[in-house]
Design a protein around this ligand. Sequence first.
Ligand code: AMP
Ligand code: MG
Length: 280
Amino acid sequence: MSSGILESIRVPADSRVKLLDRNAGQTFGLTREDVAAALPDLRTELADLQELLYAAGTHSVLVVLQGMDTSGKDGTIRNVMEPVNPIGVTVTPFKVPTKKELAHDFLWRVHRETPPLGMLGIFNRSHYEDVLIVRVHGLAPPAVWRKRYRHIVEFERVLTDSNTILLKFFLHISKAEQEERLLDREADVNKAWKLAVGDWKEREHWRDYIRAYEDALSETSTSHAPWHVIPADRKWLRDHVVSRAIIETLRPYRKGWTVKLEKIGESAKLELDAFRKGVR
Ligand code: AMP
Ligand code: MG
């Protein structure tokens, strides 16, 4: 992917996102075949980078996935993360908060799940629900959720100042594509377990969600924690773009991680030498 694609999906800091201006079905001129041809190298590179991240232990990576129902959050995780070693990955879904969680500030349950150094963490939904569904359904008054944009920006700053590399993806689907996917679930016995009447009910709030997403993305895309709007009507394109975005973000760290590993290796060798001399 040319850095042009990455640039065009990134939401610049201090800008307004208009989701209607972003085509959920766009392909950047790539075909399914192009994407399939690129896959082996991408898989290898992501696996390598994740191994280095894990072994060097100097950074963590947090991938935040948001999107409307059926936008493909689960599928993206399954496909994009396929090549990586499960030992270094955590996936955390955020559901309706429990009574205990609601008795704390909205970030309490989130901070506990952030990845430690060496780990790649994925959030399937996140603290952003607290300015999305909470706003759309009036679960908190505007005076409460409005302040959260600033809370989120500062919270994410704490993470990135602590060596977390933070990437946020909004899986952008069209309303028509959502309808198709919901109807598919009904028609396919293997997908019917995903059916939820709530999805149809939420769909009635589509415009409110779009507005809430536009505000959330505009208010919280920063240079340290940028949002990316992923055209997600085509699953193959979606997975490709998300993989590329992760790889291109991690690539600049490769050198530093390699150097760190060499140092770890050298000092381990010295220790081993000393040990052998000692026992002889
Ligand atoms: P799913 O992702 O389909 O398993 O659904 C999880 C549900 O939990 C979604 O409807 C979310 O909007 C909802 N949810 C997640 N976080 C929150 C939150 N902080 N407040 C209210 N609802 C939430
Ligand atoms: Mg759902």
